[in-house]
Ligand binder design. Structure first.
Ligand SMILES: Nc1ncnc2c1ncn2[C@@H]1O[C@H](COP(=O)(O)OP(=O)(O)OP(=O)(O)O)[C@@H](O)[C@H]1O
Length: 591
């Protein structure tokens, strides 16, 4: 269970090696200075007249040295001030260094996980809930960063403790062993709270993940929730989730207060034992007794914070596990090859050949979404795929897009086979894609367009808008290209949004334009407009249309009819519509 934690600490070490070593040296320096500052109590107490009649021990040595050298109080006080000033300076320097290590480590880890997730294959996103990914990034990652850092702080605390215990041991070895023994007993007593904390934390993490999913789905489906009038049910679900989380949090608070109770009572018992042994059994030098007492009263909060830190770390372990699992899954799904060094594009000359391609969602799935499909899309032509819902149209489009890999068969772009990840990546780079519910950023129209092609000139932008038949609309807006589209393009109508997205796709001068049910959610008027825009592109571009409505594909050069993952008919609109026996005819009659 501690393995993921070590991994992150190791990452932290690899990331900030030099700074971390400097930090550790500073910590040792701080520990030594703090020890020296405590040791200064010995000459100070001696000069104040507290002495002992013992003739051995460090106290006696200091007494003799002060007598022989004749060192006066002002000099000892100056040394005391010097040590404390040095300690304060080191402390402030160390805290700045710590904060810089922590922040750069956080940036590194966040960017790293974001990158790993983003570069994972599409299949990963098909199998993973978005809410779970967002939950890991926004809720679990901060815990991981705090945890790795806290672990480091615990090591630092342990190092300082070792220095202090070392000093105490030199002064009073038996008393020190006694205190350490008592500390061990106390830790043993607290083991059960640690185990229980770990269990509760896993439950808490799972509950939080579910709650996050619930919130995300709630706001994604808010329109449906309101139209069905199920607000009360949703609020009740939310309340139930919170009640569960609240219960776990109260349990954790109980555990924390239990440990703190055990600590406080234990401290009182151990101080009494310490005094009893020091005075009655060891007959200790009062100065050494005072110093050992000072050391342990300073160490006690450290022990206690070490214990609390350990408990918090235990609480964070489920977060480490979740982040590590996600990271490992993404890594296993990362597209291989020199993907991001290459920028060249595919330039379709002959066409796209889909040869005997089959695909299913998951190796254990009995049902193939696409089965033994063969077809050719000549460059510069329009191909349409039609079929009833679930026939496999979008899956086939995703295969041609290079988002998913065929389980069997091959896809060829001219004479290049889409086999390697890097090929598929470059191919996607060369495609314009317009899905049914296209995505627009909450930014200006210009930003939304240039996102796909940052090097676009003003002329390129207007040309693309014109091709998508939306240039007049944009010209009419008060801020033209710089008008804001609102969250997900909410300030635009469905048709305007789709045409902006079409313009964005065209801006890249794509080798292939894929329209995946791009007009199915539009009204007739908007559909007509976008249809005109698409018709205007015929012959200029290679187009693949996945269509629900037959009216949108009348002018296609080739129509493929799909049924249960297979292509069952192919031809042109005119031929099909005259053949009442054709499946296409029946489809057209249904739509
Ligand atoms: N992510 C997925 N996981 C598992 N099965 C899936 C997934 N996506 C699609 N399928 C299944 O694959 C088959 C083909 O789906 P696909 O979306 O390609 O059909 P479609 O013809 O595009 O349907 P529609 O017109 O309704 O969008 C369907 O049986 C569907 O249930």
């Amino acid at each position: 269970m501690l393995k993921p934690l070590f991994m992150y600490v190791l990452k932290l070490y690899n990331f900030v090696q030099a700074k971390l070593i400097l930090d550790l040296f500073l910590t040792i320096g701080l520990g030594l200075l703090e020890g020296a500052s405590i040791m200064m109590l010995l000459p100070l107490l001696t000069l104040a007249g507290i002495t002992s009649n013992q003739t051995t021990g460090v106290g006696h040595l200091v007494e003799e040295y002060l007598n022989i050298s004749g060192i006066a109080l002002p000099l000892v006080l100056m040394v005391y001030i010097g040590i404390n000033a040095g300690q304060a300076w080191l402390q402030s320097y160390e805290s700045i260094l710590n904060s810089s290590i922590r922040e750069s480590f956080a940036t590194y880890l966040y960017t790293n996980i974001y990158q790993t997730i983003t570069y994972a294959r599409w299949s990963f996103f098909l199998e993973t809930k978005r809410a779970d990914i967002i939950h890991v990034i926004t809720t679990e990652m901060p815990k991981v960063i705090t945890g790795a850092y806290q672990f480091l702080q615990m090591i630092i605390t342990a190092m300082i403790a070792v220095i202090h215990v070392g000093i105490a041991f030199i002064l009073a070895p038996y008393l020190t062993l006694l205190v350490l023994f008592c500390g061990l007993i106390l830790s043993g007593c607290l083991q059960f709270t640690i185990r229980r904390t770990r269990k509760m934390s896993t439950t808490l993490s799972d509950c939080a993940s579910l709650l996050f999913s619930e919130i995300s789905e709630h706001f994604n489906g808010i329109k449906e929730i309101k139209s069905y009038g199920v607000e009360a049910q949703q609020v009740k679900n939310f309340e139930n989730h919170w009640r569960k989380i609240g219960g776990v949090l109260v349990e954790l608070a109980k555990l924390r207060s239990q440990s703190s109770f055990i600590y406080r009572v234990g401290a009182a018992v151990f101080i009494s034992v310490f005094y009893f042994f020091a005075i009655e059994i060891f007959h200790s030098d009062p100065r050494e007794l005072i110093i050992v007492f000072v050391i342990f009263t300073r160490l006690w909060p450290r022990f206690s914070s070490f214990q609390a830190g350990f408990q918090s770390l235990t609480m964070m372990l489920p977060a480490f596990q979740k982040v590590t699992d996600l990271n490992n899954r993404c890594k296993a799904e990362t597209e291989q090859g020199d993907l991001h060094q290459r920028t060249e594009k595919f330039n379709l000359r002959t066409g796209i050949r889909v040869a005997n391609v089959s695909f299913r969602y998951g190796a254990s799935n009995q049902r193939y979404a696409v089965r033994k499909v063969n077809f050719f899309i000549p460059a510069g032509t329009t191909t349409a795929i039609v079929g009833v819902s679930g026939a496999g149209k979008s899956t086939l489009a995703d295969l041609v897009l290079g988002l998913i890999e065929p389980e069997q068969g091959e896809i060829w772009i001219d004479d290049k086979r889409l086999a390697a990840d890097s090929n598929r990546y470059l191919w996607r780079h060369s495609i314009g894609y317009v899905p049914q519910d296209a995505f627009l950023f909450n930014a200006s129209i210009r930003d939304n367009l240039t996102w796909a092609y940052p090097a676009a000139t003003e002329q390129d932008l207007w040309q693309a808008l014109q091709l998508a038949a939306i240039d007049d609309f944009v010209k009419g807006l008060p801020n033209g290209l710089d008008s804001l589209v609102g969250d997900r393009g909410i300030r635009l109508s469905g048709g305007e949004r789709q045409r902006i997205v079409l313009a964005r796709a065209l801006l890249r001068k794509p080798a292939l334009l894929i329209l995946d049910e791009a007009t199915s959610s539009l009204d007739t008027e908007n559909e007509r407009r976008i249809q005109e825009a698409i018709d205007g592109l015929r012959g200029k571009l290679t187009i693949l249309i996945v269509a629900h409505r037959i009216s949108t594909i009348k002018n296609a050069d080739q129509i493929l009819v799909m049924e249960k993952g297979r292509i069952v008919e192919r031809g042109r609109y005119q031929t099909f519509i005259e053949d009442e026996e054709s499946r296409f005819y029946r489809l057209a009659a249904m739509s």
